[in-house]
Design a protein around this ligand. Structure first.
Ligand code: NZQ
Ligand code: ZN
Length: 394
């Protein structure tokens, strides 16, 4: 079993009345002038943005608004946010939205006290030692950024999508009202669930399989979320199951399911090149890659894939044929993805055949010009990455 640190400092305020507490929470965490950061239309249409701003105004907390964050959030808007925060003397950032808005807020928060270019952190050229405090009013359960230490930003110059992780960036608090997720389109709901399940699967498929408590927790989470998604796709206003998914999204990426094990993250790394190049929804991109990754690495730990097949995907265990059982588990995941409207390969994801040149370009970027590996269950070299992209082309 690996030694570990588990650090989850974010205060979670969950439920239908949670938004009423936004101003008092901002004050509690020291905010005196706030940047309210948001996305395209959804938070305006639902009235959430006005509600949050009204709460701040009534409590005498001055604020400035910056909207326009798009999925796969762009560096240029974050740089604009950094300038705005400096000009306005902002000392707290409130992200109203999903992973993209929260990640953009994190990028701004890193950039304000930093004299260089904030992209340095994402390139690995610098490590942040200070940042503005931030918090989230979550509208889509998916990325888990409301409790995580990561942010993922796309630099439009070269369509490069890179993540940066630092415990400083864990939000101070996250407000979660499941009712706010009723308006999510089915595709975003399903992609979100795919993403949160993958956050746990990236930690589950490991060679360190002696941390049974972590594994049992992970399996229970995966089963629970897998069932909940069908309930909300049938009835988008099912508060009970929207709530399971919302809470699940945070716990599945706050580090809990990685305690004591070596994590993998290859599917995420491979996917970031897809969403960087084609601007697709991150969760759908993961669904397009995972089955091919799984078949490629299966032999690194067949018994782990068997356990997953049986305990999570309800595949009967054929003790005479472990590999067959493991493969049936992967097929069951593909059926699950199709049942919730997700792709299982790149062709289904982007609606056309991917070209050889595009595969080579994604391989180059994913391997950082052939200098970096990814993955933990199997450490992938550039040729492995290319092989998985080819298997996933569909
Ligand atoms: O812009 P608006 O109009 O708000 O529309 C959004 C957006 O189009 C919409 N939406 C959000 N809440 C809604 C809603 N529509 C109706 N009703 C609501 N209540 O949903 C769309 C997707 O939003 P986005 O924030 O992009 O989704 P998500 O939370 O999946 O975030 C994806 C980003 O997070 C990154 C991904 O790579 C991607 O860039 N990730 C961040 C991680 C982290 N920070 O820890 C980890 C993840 O693995 C992931 O990589
Ligand atoms: Zn993800």
């Amino acid at each position: 079993m690996k030694d570990f640190n588990f650090y989850a400092p974010t205060e979670i305020v969950f439920g239908e009345q949670s938004e009423e507490k936004v101003a008092q929470l901002v004050k509690k965490y020291g905010g005196t002038k706030v940047l309210v950061h948001y996305g395209g239309q959804s938070a305006i249409r639902s009235g959430l943005l006005d509600k949050v701003c009204d709460q701040l105004a009534q409590s005498g907390i001055p604020f400035v608004k910056l909207g326009g964050v798009v999925p796969n959030p762009r560096l240029s808007l974050a740089q604009k946010g950094i300038e705005l925060c400096r000009e306005e003397g902002i000392d707290f950032i409130l992200a109203v939205g999903g992973g993209s808005v929260i990640d953009s807020a994190k990028c701004i928060a890193y950039g304000v006290p930093y004299e260089g270019n904030v992209w340095d952190f994402y390139l690995g050229k610098a490590k942040a030692t200070a940042m503005l405090p931030l918090a989230a009013v979550l509208t889509i359960p998916a990325a888990g950024s409301e409790m995580s230490e990561s942010s993922v930003i796309t630099n439009e110059e070269g369509d490069v999508k890179l993540g940066y992780s630092n415990n400083l960036s864990r939000p101070k608090f996250a407000i979660m009202n499941p009712r706010r997720t009723f308006t999510l389109p089915a595709y975003q709901t399903a992609a979100g669930v795919t993403d949160m399940m993958m956050h746990t699967m990236e930690r589950y498929f490991t060679k360190d399989d002696d941390m049974d408590f972590t594994t049992d927790v992970a399996e229970a989470m995966l089963r629970s979320i897998k069932n909940a998604v069908f309930a909300v796709l049938k009835n988008p206003e099912d508060y009970r199951y929207r709530a399971q998914i919302m809470w699940g999204g945070s716990l599945m990426h706050n580090g809990l399911t990685g305690c004591g094990v070596t994590e993998d993250w290859a599917t995420h790394q491979l996917e970031h090149e897809l969403s960087g190049m084609f601007d697709v929804t991150h969760g759908a991109g993961l669904a397009a890659i995972w089955p091919s990754w799984a078949r490629y690495v299966l032999h690194e730990n067949v018994s782990r894939f068997v356990r997953f097949a049986v305990n999570v995907m309800d595949v009967p265990n054929d003790y005479t044929d472990p590999e067959g059982t493991a493969l049936k588990g992967i097929e069951a995941v593909e059926r699950f993805y199709h049942a919730i409207g997700m792709p299982v390969n790149i062709k289904e994801l982007i609606g056309r055949d991917i070209t050889d040149d595009e595969i080579r370009e994604m391989t180059r970027k994913c391997s950082r010009d052939y200098t970096a590996t990814c993955g933990g269950l199997k450490v992938l070299q550039a040729e492995d990455m290319e092989a998985i992209y080819r298997m996933a082309r569909g």
